[in-house]
Design a protein around this ligand. Sequence first.
Ligand SMILES: *Cc1c(COP(=O)(O)O)cnc(C)c1O
Length: 340
Amino acid sequence: MSTVELDWENLGFDYMELPYRYRAYYRDGKWQEAGLTTDANITLNEGSPVFHYGQAAFEGLKAYRCKDGSINLFRPDQNAKRLQNSCQRLLMPEVPTDMFIEGLKQVVKANEAYLPPYGTGGTLYLRPNIIGVGPNIGVHPAKEYIFTIFAMPVGNYFKGGLTPTNFLAADYDRAAHKGTGQSKVGGNYAASLLPGAQAKAAGFADCIYLDPLTHTKIEEVGSANFFGITKDNEFVTPKSPSILPSVTKYSLLYLAKHRLGMETKETDIYLDDLDHLTEAGACGTAAVITPIGGFQIGDKLHVFYSQTEVGPVTKKLYAELTGIQFGDVKAPEGWIVKVD
Ligand SMILES: *Cc1c(COP(=O)(O)O)cnc(C)c1O
């Protein structure tokens, strides 16, 4: 398979229009007309609920080129399940797991020339999304939906990859305690634009959200989950109904326990007890693992491990996770789906 000419080692995280995307339409109570298209644009009725009331959910996952030339998808069934949960929350029709994975495979195969070569660190990012469309004005769910999957080659989400990065505690919340924080929906991201822009303007990579009820605990890192390593070598990560359940986070919980032999816990992580963490990081498909160097809370900068060095446990977790994703390390049963 020949590839196009791109600066594979220096890809950022930017939209790129590739030749093909998968698209499916939901009408008359069922999914129909599913397949690839070359048209990157969608023309919609002005009353579409996605425009007014944010009836939209999405996913994000990657395809990885292995050393032997084959292509890996990492736990796509977990993304399918999470999209189904998001759809339930916003009263949208669920995309069946088979259709979801079939769409991913079609998009990867059709755009294979854009899949970064093994060893460059690049991947093909896949963005499934579903929106409520059609003529509407009252606040009620749409009757018609469009599900799409598009792709683009990407490098690191936070510049520098596995280098310590600084974050700022947010004044705002991205989601309410019993709101839509658990669902990967557009509205959460609209709410995150202002605090995210404030953090970036102040020189931070992004903000860290605190628990919306008390603002005393760590909740999420922008569009990634938070984890810490305690002095007792435990892997800890916050537990809250307003956190988006990250596939990467649950994978790290498993790997910390079964591959690194660590104790793991989903628990409260209080701002006034950060000294018990010797390392901390952000984890997600786009962020992979981004070590958290400094965490600015009010006028105090808390440094976890170092602002220049990466902690030893973070390094091991990163090697294990990315080794599995690129096919160099044996994956737990069912984690890898081949595109062939
Ligand atoms: C998608 C997302 C994550 C990361 O989830 P992964 O499944 O690991 O990619 C974390 N937080 C938020 C808010 C997200 O939208």
